[in-house]
Every structure is written in C-alpha cells, then in structure tokens.
Ligand binder design. Structure first.
Ligand SMILES: Cc1cc2nc3c(=O)[nH]c(=O)nc-3n(C[C@H](O)[C@H](O)[C@H](O)COP(=O)(O)OP(=O)(O)OC[C@H]3O[C@@H](n4cnc5c(N)ncnc54)[C@H](O)[C@@H]3O)c2cc1C
Length: 355
C-alpha cells in the first residue's frame, strides 16, 4: 500500500484549509499528502460566518460583509457598528471549489475514501474526525437555517441580526439569526443551546415558518438552500499521540461560548504551516486557557439559568463593538476582558465559579 508524508483525515473545512495552506506555501512540492474523505461530491452545505479579526485566504468566497448588527430581546433592541472588524459569510460551495481546483494541480496530493486504502504508519496524521460517539446529554448548539428569496425587497441588507431572543425559549436558550445577503435574499436560522435529547426543540421547519411569517412578516418566499447542524459546546476527547494532530472541531477549535470555529481553524492552519517540519514536537495549539476558563464559567451559568441568558447576551453587547468582537474572537486584552466581565451579573457568575 502507498505511503504518504502527511495524511489528513476528513476533507472538510479544517482538512481542506490545511491542505490549501500547505499547498500555497510550497510545502507539498517535495512531500506527499493523502486526504481521506468519504463524501461523494462537494457542494454548498454550510455558511461560515465570523468577524474578520485577521486576514484569511478566502476573501473571494465571501457572500457578503456587514459593518452593522443588532441584538434583540423581547423588550429591547441594540445596534452595533464596526468598520474595523466586518462580519463576513463564506459560501462553503465556493470554498470547496477553490481549494479542490488548486489541490488538483499537484500530483503529490491524492484523495481516498477510506484510511484502510493507504499505509499511514509512518505518516504525520492530521485528524478532523471525532473519536467515537459524542455525548448527547451535554450542551450543544443545534440549528437549522433556510436561505429564502422574496419577490419584493423586504430586507435591509446593511445590517444583520445576530441574535433575536424574541421567541419561545422552552426553558432553554433559543434565538433566531438573520443574514440579509441582499434586499430579497436572506439566511434565517433557528438556534438552540441545549442538550441533543430534547426532540421538542427540533421542529425547526415549523419554528422557521412561524418566525418568517409572524416576526419578519414575510408571506411569500421561496426556500433556496437549507443547512442544519449541531456543534458540541464541550471539548472532544483527544488521544495522546504526537504523530496524530487533531484539527478542526475535533481538535478543539470551536469557541465554546459561541460555536465560532472557522477563523480558529484558519489560525491553527497557520500555526501548523509555521511548524510543519517539527509539528510532532511543538506544543499543541489551543485557543487560550483564558477563554477555556471564562467559557467554562459562562456555560455553567447558561446551563443553570437559561431564562437569564437573553439579558446576559444583551448586556455583553452593550460594551463597545470592538471590545465584544475581540472577546468573542479570542483577541481580547485584559482591559477588554474586564469591560465584558463588568457587564455580567456578579452573583450568579461568582456562584458558577465556585460550583
Ligand atoms: C451547518 C453548519 C454551519 C456552521 N456555521 C458556522 C459559522 O457560521 N461560523 C463558524 O465559525 N463555524 C460554523 N460552524 C462550525 C464549524 O466551523 C464547522 O462545523 C466546520 O465545518 C468544522 O470544520 P471541520 O473540518 O472540523 O469539520 P467538517 O467541516 O465537518 O469536516 C469533517 C470532514 O470529515 C469527513 N468525515 C466524516 N467521517 C469520516 C471518516 N470516518 N473518515 C474520514 N473523513 C470523515 C466529513 O465528510 C467532513 O468532510 C458551522 C457548522 C455547521 C454544521
């Protein structure tokens, strides 16, 4: 069986981002790479959105960027503006196409459907597939989104709605998210923070239909695209093996308080690129112990007090836009952190800290 210098298990966001980063930086001229990916075809399956806090390789895959966003509770609405860190949405279809067309020009890169097809014993392996079944009783961010098109112009495409808590919470945390790509096209998502065992929360089609009709007051529309997902808001178990480097969500690249992963994956790829010749010897990349500690407390509060979360999120966004964006994008300094923490209700956070 054929041997390869590098093996990437999973040709999704992290696997392809890493292959692309290595390829464009000439690291695969003298080395061989096998990508293990079972999917039969690549097509748009996700929309990756984030605040652009640093430059990335996929500016040409952007559907739209915004400088303004709102957050709503049933009582309040708050608008934030930021020129420095635009919010961007990436079309995964364009992303897959761009990367696959680049990789196909290098004969050192091969795709396989199954790891058994190659000999990976002496390869450096990058793994983006979770080890075993993930615990459904833990906290997840689960959601479904529909991209709709209307016959008339109904959206303000200058401003996105990041979180609209004006909806039934069912003793969990629930919000809608609206990304207006144009005046007559938007992605609307229903998002829950809960365990994955409560099937009462999963009638997503109905939730979206009601929200579009009753909250957005749109009667006539066509559904152009549907995406669905569940992101674990807990760290995956990672086997200790210096020859296997975990990447992507399976490598702990999800920020637990938000579910944002895309830009963390890009930063991890840059770290791997920088250290590729000694990757089995350098320290494992992580998002920062500070965020691990703070997110852990935040999620404890969330689990114990779901009914308080709309106001807690709302208060967090009362900080200056750049402060809150930097905090949520793991780029905050101590002053930013203090500013965020000072907005939080002290007693329940202190209780969570000692529990
Ligand atoms: C619908 C959706 C929307 C999201 N939106 C955002 C967002 O807006 N912003 C953000 O920051 N994050 C978002 N995320 C979270 C995160 O960015 C994505 O999940 C991202 O795709 C994670 O990349 P990954 O490479 O870890 O996983 P994936 O992209 O899922 O890649 C894993 C790959 O492994 C393959 N695979 C599965 N089993 C095997 C196997 N046994 N052997 C080999 N390969 C296998 C899969 O086919 C897949 O291609 C979203 C997630 C989902 C599901």
């Amino acid at each position: 069986m054929k041997e390869f210098d590098y093996v990437i298990i999973g040709g999704g966001c992290a696997g392809l981002s890493l292959a692309y980063e290595l390829e464009i930086n000439d690291k695969l001229k003298e080395k061989t790479l096998a990508i293990i990916e079972p999917r039969k075809e690549y097509k748009r399956d996700k929309t990756w959105s984030f605040w652009k806090v640093f430059n990335h390789n996929f500016e040409d895959c952007i559907i739209k960027s915004w400088n303004n966003f709102t957050i709503n509770t049933s009582e309040n609405s708050h608008e934030l503006r930021t020129k420095k860190f635009p919010y961007q949405s990436i079309d995964s279809g364009k992303f897959y196409k761009k990367i696959n067309s680049k990789l196909s020009s290098n004969s050192n890169i091969s795709f396989f459907k199954n790891l058994n097809e190659i000999n990976s014993k002496s390869s450096v392996v990058f793994n983006s597939v979770f080890e075993g079944e993930l615990d459904k009783s833990k906290l997840w961010q689960h959601f479904q989104g529909v991209e709709i098109e209307t016959s008339q112009d109904v959206f303000d495409d200058e401003i996105l709605n990041l979180m609209d808590f004006n909806c039934d919470q069912k003793n969990n945390v629930h919000f809608f998210y609206t990304l207006p790509f144009s005046k007559n096209k938007a992605l609307i998502e229903t998002t829950w923070l809960s365990d994955l065992k409560n099937y009462n929360l999963m009638d997503y089609d109905l939730q979206l239909e009601n929200y579009i009709k009753n909250n957005l007051r749109i009667k006539n529309y066509k559904i152009k695209f549907v995406e669905k997902g569940a992101i674990p808001l807990f760290y995956p178990s990672i086997k200790k093996n210096s020859k296997i480097i975990s990447i992507g969500s399976a490598g702990g690249m999800t920020r637990l308080s938000t579910g944002y992963t895309f830009l963390n994956i890009q930063e991890h790829c840059k770290y791997i690129l920088k250290n590729i010749d000694k990757i089995d010897k350098v320290e494992k990349y992580n998002l920062g112990y500070k965020y691990k500690f703070l997110d852990n407390i935040f999620l404890k509060v969330l689990k114990k007090n779901p009914e308080k979360m709309p106001n807690i999120f709302y208060k967090m966004f009362k900080c200056s836009p750049n402060t809150v964006i930097k905090f949520l994008s793991n780029k905050s300094n101590i002053l930013n952190d203090i500013s965020i923490i000072s907005k939080m209700p002290k007693l329940i956070f202190i209780k969570a800290l000692f529990n």
